[in-house]
Design a protein around this ligand. Structure first.
Ligand code: UDP
Length: 237
């Protein structure tokens, strides 16, 4: 049997990662491909918790005139749409899942209950956390760091679309941008590297959660990262 490097992971999937080439909404082929990778992890006994973003529908901070809190709640609802799409794609291929939302919506998902989430993971179910942290002014990256700390995940995986790790400058604008293999959280903050927002970065740093930032465009990257292959950028305390 293939041996995974990590027992329990939190995989952060941005909304964009689920939108494929369209860049907006949901691309069913992309979700199916990602679900097949998650199934492989589930098959080898890795406990997989997923935090989904919502930027493929709405980002609270993008609104010009709207009340920020209202705008953020709209963003959180977008993450729930993504969570249900991912749940459907996973169950279609035989992976048992539970969606837990940080804002109660009992008719469609369980409310977030830490102990229950851990129990699901122990039973081999994939848990999808939706609605971020349930609070405005936060991001789903911060929610992923929070859930990783709460469920004592061994690692947080930040799957990015269009980039394969952390660079010293934007590789799309600067062809000589240098990719980091390893970084410390304090350097991410001091150098102002655009990995995650500073709240998410500090939460990972303070709670000693290792983070791997990698590209989701190449097939099998998720499984390769969990098997311990050197892909992307590893960030530690
Ligand atoms: N959001 C929020 N609180 C949270 C998580 C998310 O208010 O704890 C809102 C916020 O408006 C954010 C949107 O949900 O812009 C979508 O989340 P995010 O931007 O993190 O999604 P991603 O960029 O990962 O797709």
């Amino acid at each position: 049997m293939t041996k995974a490097k990590y027992k329990r992971i939190v995989l952060k999937l941005s909304g964009e990662a689920l939108s494929g080439e369209k860049g907006f909404g949901i691309d069913e082929n992309t979700i199916t491909r990602i679900s097949n990778e998650i199934k492989k992890l589930n098959d080898i006994g890795v406990e997989v918790a997923i935090v989904v973003g919502g930027g493929n529908f709405w980002r609270g901070r993008s609104s010009k005139g709207m009340d920020r809190t209202t705008s953020d709640y709209m963003g959180m609802l977008g993450t729930v749409i993504n969570a249900l799409a991912l749940q459907d794609a996973l169950e279609e291929i035989g992976v048992i899942t539970r969606v837990q939302t940080a804002i109660e919506m009992r008719q469609i998902a369980e409310p977030y209950i830490r102990r229950r989430a851990i129990r699901h993971l122990e039973k081999g179910r994939v848990v999808i956390f939706a609605a971020g942290s349930g609070n405005p002014y936060f991001t789903t990256d911060t929610a992923a760091a929070l859930r990783a700390a709460e469920i004592e995940a061994n690692v947080m995986l930040l799957a990015k679309k269009g980039v394969d790790g952390v660079y010293d400058s934007d590789p799309k604008l600067n062809i000589s941008a240098k990719k980091f293999d390893n970084l410390k959280y304090i350097d991410v903050l001091n150098l102002g590297l655009g990995v995650m927002d500073s709240t998410a970065t500090s939460l990972c740093m303070d709670n000693k959660i290792p983070l791997i930032v990698f590209g989701i465009d190449s097939p099998d990257n998720i499984i390769d990262v969990v098997l311990g292959k050197k892909i992307g950028t590893v960030i530690k305390e």
